[in-house]
Every structure is written in structure tokens, then in C-alpha cells.
Design a protein around this ligand. Structure first.
Ligand code: SAM
Length: 332
């Protein structure tokens, strides 16, 4: 469909240029066209397609032939970083018109892109690596394309989260992708508490300079014995996949500077029946015990009952006892 549109457009452009250069009239050109081409001119051009194109996460050979063709045929390529994607296109031997679409200009770009789609242009959206919208820009654009009743088509391909899951050897029938954890410790820990009871395999992206702190929090909050995989530099020269418990991976990353270099995905086993309880369950158990016992004893029992890490249970118990002591609005 896209290639037919390109062929007709190219021919019509050539005809129009012919008219501009020569003395022949527009009707002379019209007469040279076949029925389909005439119809394309009389009937308004249908809206274009937004192609969401996955590009390699490291290895250029992972770009699909279809992705290459779509990039070649699109009227314009929207790229997170035009210089970066310009290099990819150059390596593919393509010279294309590139427009930036990143976190800071996406809202401003959306109406311009919608206008081009309505005019009948085909637009390809790419990000720096992998699948657009997966911890990358594009969501606002796609939601507006949907609202406007325009069409989008996926050109599937590499995605670091799926690549890591595919080699983790952890349950893959149900998984949850959480993107990047918050950067600051308190919100990061709160997010992990929220995830601690989830039985699904957890997939996270992490920056190399935060991997040690993030793994430390995971050991504390999800429990040291959960199985996990740290997949770094996938499809690249220094691709390494480490398997082990969270505790073992945290130790590995602490002692081996190479293990915390490059781009990293962490895949963590979901909560199993015997693993530490989720925050909700721990809180419920603590509340029951604290109503009858001194705090220290309640914490010890709660740890035994739920398998939660002791310092996490202790901190939660202190928070709960503070909540108990602080006067509620009803007390006034
Ligand atoms: N949209 C991309 C995708 O489909 O995977 C993800 C973009 S996100 C901004 C970048 C993060 O993805 C990195 O910080 C890292 O966590 C992960 N990532 C990207 N490429 C990777 C690779 N080759 N190996 C491991 N992780 C990778």
C-alpha cells in the first residue's frame, strides 16, 4: 500500500514538474495517466499512515527488511535524536527528511504530525534504539492519532525488555514491565514495596550509575533469595547475562565494575508462595501483632510469619506505631 502510494506520488510529481517546464497544459498530462492515477488526483488523497518502527538495540543486523523498506518509503522520519537516527539511516544507505520528536517537544510536534498524516503523508516514528514508546517518546502522539481516528501500524522488532526476558529463564507466561524505577531512594523503595507482592516476573530498566543502589533496595524489599537476571549490553560486543539470586547479583555488581557498565535490564522472579510477603500482607500481620505485643516482639514474629526482611519490617512497624500515636482529625 505504502509503495503504491509512493509510486503514484512520484509519477504525479514528475508530471507536475513536466508541466512547469514545458508548454504543455495540465490536461495533456492528465491524458497520459491511466485510470487509477487519474482517480488518485480527482479523489482526495487518503490520510497517511503512522508507522511505529523498532530499530536495533545494538546490532544493526536486527533491523528487519520491512523496517528498512518503511523507513525508505516514508515521507518523513520522526526521530528522538535526529543526529543519532541520521547515522542509522546513513548506514542503511538512506537519505531522509528527519524531524525531531522527543520528550521536550512532543506536545508541540503532535499537531504538525497530525496535519501531515491528514494530508496523506506516511510518517515513520523511531527512537534512539528499540521500540518507540517503551520508556521512550511517542505516547502522546499515538494517543492523539487514535483520538483523531487516524491509523498507526507497528513495525515490530527489538525491545530490550523482551530480549532480556527471552533469555532470563524465569516465568514468562505473565510479566510486568515497570520501565525505570524512580531515581531517588524513597520513591524507589516505595515503588518496590508496591511491587513486592506481585507474583508476575518483573522487568526493569536501570541506568549503570544507579544499578548498585537499585539492587540493594531490591534485596531489602523483594528479599535476597529471589531469582533474577541482569542482562547488559544485549546484542552488542560486551553482551553479558548474569543469573542468580538478587543477593548474588548485588554482590557481583558491587565487586565487578564491568557488571555495572553499559545498558542494563533486570528481570526478577515474581513473589512465590514461600517468598517474603508483599507490603500489604506484612502491614496486616504487623497491625494484628502490634495490637497485642511490644513492637520488637511483633516485628520478630511478623518476620517469621511472612519472610519479610527484618529491617524492612522494623521500619514499617515504627511508621505504623507513629501513625497510631499521631492524633487523627477525629480526635480534635
Ligand atoms: N525503547 C527501548 C526498548 O525498546 O528497549 C528502551 C529505551 S530506554 C530509554 C533505554 C534503556 O533500555 C536502557 O537504559 C537499558 O535499561 C535498556 N536497554 C536498551 N538497550 C539495551 C541493550 N542493548 N542491552 C540492555 N539493555 C538495554
Amino acid at each position: 500500500m505504502a509503495s503504491a502510494r509512493v509510486a503514484i506520488r512520484t509519477r504525479w510529481r514528475a508530471c507536475a514538474e513536466g508541466v512547469a517546464r514545458s508548454r504543455i497544459g495540465i490536461w495533456d498530462v492528465f491524458e497520459c495517466l491511466d485510470t487509477v492515477e487519474r482517480l488518485q488526483i480527482i479523489v482526495p488523497k487518503p490520510p497517511g499512515m503512522l508507522y511505529v518502527v523498532a530499530t536495533p538495540i545494538g546490532n544493526l543486523e536486527d533491523l528487519s527488511p520491512r523496517a528498512k523498506r518503511i523507513l525508505e518509503e516514508a515521507d518523513v522520519v520522526l526521530a528522538e535524536d535526529t543526529r543519532h537516527s541520521g547515522r542509522l539511516l546513513a548506514e542503511l544507505g538512506l537519505s531522509k527528511s528527519l524531524i525531531s520528536l522527543h520528550e521536550h517537544n512532543e506536545a508541540r510536534r503532535v499537531p504538525q504530525v497530525l496535519e501531515r498524516l491528514r494530508r496523506g503523508d506516511d510518517v515513520a516514528l523511531v527512537c534512539d534504539a528499540g521500540t518507540p514508546l517503551i520508556s521512550d517518546p511517542g505516547y502522546r502522539l499515538l494517543s492523539k492519532v487514535r483520538e483523531a481516528g487516524l491509523s498507526a501500524a507497528p513495525i515490530p522488532g527489538p525491545c530490550a525488555a523482551v530480549a532480556a526476558l527471552s533469555v532470563a529463564g524465569l516465568a514468562s507466561d505473565r510479566f510486568v514491565f515497570e520501565g525505570f524505577l524512580p531515581e531517588r531512594p524513597a520513591p524507589r523503595q516505595a515503588r518496590l514495596h508496591g511491587l513486592s507482592g506481585d507474583p508476575r516476573t518483573l522487568i526493569l530498566y536501570e541506568a549503570p550509575h544507579r544499578i548498585q543502589a537499585a539492587l540493594g533496595d531490591m534485596v531489602q524489599i523483594l528479599g535476597p533469595q529471589r531469582q533474577a537476571t541482569l542482562a547488559r549490553e544485549l546484542t552488542k560486543r560486551f553482551e553479558t547475562v548474569y543469573h542468580g539470586t538478587l543477593e548474588a547479583l548485588a554482590a557481583r555488581v558491587a565487586e565487578d565494575v564491568d557488571a555495572r557498565r553499559g545498558e542494563i535490564v533486570i528481570v526478577v522472579e515474581g513473589r512465590t508462595g514461600s517468598g517474603p510477603a508483599g507490603s500489604d500482607e506484612l502491614e496486616r500481620v504487623l497491625k494484628v501483632l502490634m495490637a497485642e505485643l511490644p513492637l520488637k516482639q511483633a516485628v520478630s514474629l511478623a518476620v517469621k510469619l511472612t519472610g519479610a526482611p527484618r529491617n524492612h519490617a522494623y521500619r514499617l512497624a515504627v511508621d505504623l506505631s507513629r501513625d497510631e500515636d499521631s492524633p487523627s482529625e477525629e480526635d480534635h
